[in-house]
Design a protein around this ligand. Structure first.
Ligand code: PMP
Length: 336
């Protein structure tokens, strides 16, 4: 391994991990891309870096010169942006719905981000965190003043980062033996970018969107219209009730599946206790989706998914018996 050049050089080249339980249960090879091993702790480090590299290339931000990054985020993109900004001498202003896990909010404060908490509002409401962050960037003077609105949902630099890094890494790590790829979408950057990269190599690779309950992207894939499914989810950073973000538009997606929280958490707990891999809720949902895709395809196939972030980011929620009970979710034996 070469020496990584600081935070910016340490993003990428994550391991692809064989998930034994899921593989045995399906007769397939189920592989998880260990994105929790990025320096900011999540898959969103890739999007953050891609967006900032693009801003540097466009002359909006210059290393060592004053600059500010503004973003609305469920937390992980903000963490990646703030750390990458620190490494270049820029400030970060991060707008997050106050319902996101305490661990992510505390971490954002710890790393020096100017954290702005907002009440959770639907996308149609001007108080939605995405709109608040966009207005904030405008009020601060916008790009002319060295203020970048990262705009992860609609900034193509996000999906491009995955098309240029995550997708090719998966292709190379599997030696091209990949039959399907599935993952949930927040911005859709991961799914769309990886889908484009894999389909360019082999258009038979099956791409399946994984959705939490209460999201409308499953319906969007199947009917072309975003329509929220019944229920809700404790997972963070995934699902869209009101729209398909720009980064998802035009992505080559073959199918989609909605995964209930109980099924996602079963995988979170099994990965931790049976395999020693600590992940958050979206990664559990992704593995549950990979199992469903593998069962539908039959034994002998290779299905790849994403282990988006680590479990420690959700200690106060997914690993807290009181929280699980309040949500009507099963409490695993060692936590009860
Ligand atoms: N999992 C987690 C924990 C996330 O924070 C996010 C991004 N908000 C995703 C999955 C989804 O990634 P993407 O934005 O690339 O769709």
């Amino acid at each position: 391994m070469a020496i990584a050049d600081g935070f910016w050089g340490a993003v990428l080249d994550t391991p692809l991990i064989r998930l034994h339980r899921a593989s045995e249960a399906t007769g397939c090879e189920i592989l998880g891309k260990a994105e929790f091993m990025n320096p900011g702790g999540s898959v969103k480090d890739r999007a953050a870096l891609g967006i900032l590299q693009d801003a540097v290339a466009r002359g909006v931000l210059t290393p060592g010169k004053p600059g500010t990054v503004v973003e609305g985020t469920a937390g992980n993109t903000g963490i990646g942006l703030a750390l990458a900004a620190n490494a270049r001498g820029w400030k970060s202003v991060i707008v997050v719905p106050e319902t996101q896990s305490r661990e992510k909010l505390d971490f954002l404060r710890m790393i020096g981000a100017d954290l702005r908490l907002v009440p959770p509002k639907p996308y149609a409401d001007p108080g939605n965190y995405v709109h608040v962050s966009r207005r904030l960037a405008e009020e601060m003077g916008g790009e002319a003043a060295g203020v970048l609105y990262a705009n992860q949902f609609d900034n193509p630099a996000n999906g491009r980062a995955h098309e240029q890094t995550t997708g090719p890494e998966i292709w190379n790590q599997t030696g091209g033996k990949v039959d399907a790829f599935t993952c949930a979408c927040g911005t859709g950057g991961t799914l769309a970018g990886v889908a484009r990269a894999l389909k360019a190599k082999n258009d038979k690779v099956r791409i399946v969107l994984a959705d939490p309950e209460g999201s409308g992207l499953d319906a969007w894939v199947k009917t072309g219209t975003v329509k929220a499914s019944p229920g809700s989810s404790v997972t963070e950073g995934i699902g869209q009730a009101a729209r398909a973000p720009g980064n998802l538009q035009g992505a080559p997606i073959d199918d989609s599946v909605t995964i209930p929280d109980a099924e996602a958490l079963e995988q979170v707990f099994s990965l931790l206790i049976d395999e020693g891999i600590s992940v958050g809720g979206s990664a559990g949902l992704n593995v549950a989706a990979a199992i469903r895709v593998a069962k539908a395809m039959g034994p002998g196939h290779t299905v790849v998914t994403v282990l988006c972030d680590g479990g420690a980011r959700y200690q106060s929620k997914l690993f807290n018996p009181a929280f699980l009970r309040e949500k009507g979710l099963p409490v695993p034996s060692w936590l009860a």
